[in-house]
Design a protein around this ligand. Sequence first.
Ligand code: ADP
Ligand code: MG
Length: 386
Amino acid sequence: MKLDATDLRYITSDEFRVLTAVEMGSKNHEIVPTALIVQISGLRNGGLAKRNLVARVRNAKYDGYRLTYGGYDYLAMRTLSKRGTVHSVGNQIGVGKESDIYIVADSEANEMVLKLHRLGRVSFRAIKEKRDYMGKRKSASWMYMSRLAAQKEWAFMKVLHEHGFPVPRPIDQSRHTLLMEFIDAYPLRQISEVPSPGKLYSTLMDLIIRFAKSGLIHGDFNEFNILIRRATGEPVVIDFPQMVSTSHTNAEWYFNRDVECIRTFFRRRFRYESNLYPRFRSTINRKDGEGGAKEGDDDEDFRLDVVVAASGFKHSEQQVLEEYMGAVGEDEDRGFSHSEEEEDGEDLSNDEESIASERDAEKERGEAEHDGSAEDHDLDATARGS
Ligand code: ADP
Ligand code: MG
């Protein structure tokens, strides 16, 4: 499924009302009952299934609809476009396990990056079987988890950018999407040679230290999430949904894993090894003012984990997301699986294939579900007439 900018313009206001009704209904229903959609929107619920914005679900106790990725994408894009932050959609530049990355532009043709979070795309079924991880919530819908991931990434990116960390400038956020500055760079993973591996190594280790002195651990600090600017060779760090506080119970473990990712990568890729690498305890205990707390500093100002917590991304939401990611990690050994053998890119193509086939399936389901639905015809007639 591709993001379709033209679709944004050609949806009717009735269709939009129905779509909004399905989104509203999704807050309390995994499958939104048809009757509720009619009640909220005052309209029948057809047409959208044809466009794959909603999918009809019949195998439940009742007849209803759920939003598809396409429908949720549509709603987010519409919001960004109404706010004037996004004007057009360009090429897809990345497919991760849990995100799609597009180049988009504003009305002055300035390029930006739109990240659409796709949590639950790969391992959702496995996760769902885990009892209790959602607390009171009955279901961990992919919509909810993807939205949390985008909100968390937004909160962290903002705070990091404001405090001078080398991260993309965050521009806007809606639902499961995040709009940010485009970095003209290559992921470190694609780089076979650097002028001075030692210098880059210490720059990256210093960054890990600087994060930690600010109360934060990236949690996925590896060659995929470090971009090297084409012009200057400077690193830019991306991808923050898994960031944790240095006060986290497993902080030391996350910290060591970040450090180890860099050490391993430099050893394999650049044959560079150093005995110097940061240790968790000495890093967070030493307050020598170097990029961290200074004597007399107000701890609350300097602890960015505290700043983020105060910025509106709730601790409870962090926990829900973390439990999800923990559960996914158990399945996929997230972050540890970047072995040298994978560097031929096979992993990526497999990934794309499974994503593509899943989306085709979703599309087919949407089409099949549309067939023979009287309600769909009603709205189609309305759409043609308007
Ligand atoms: P995921 O969570 O799927 O790993 P990332 O945020 O790491 O998503 O982005 C995936 C890829 O998209 C990156 O490796 C990078 O190549 C590209 N990318 C992401 N953000 C940007 C950006 N702001 N500028 C340029 N490229 C980006
Ligand atoms: Mg990444």
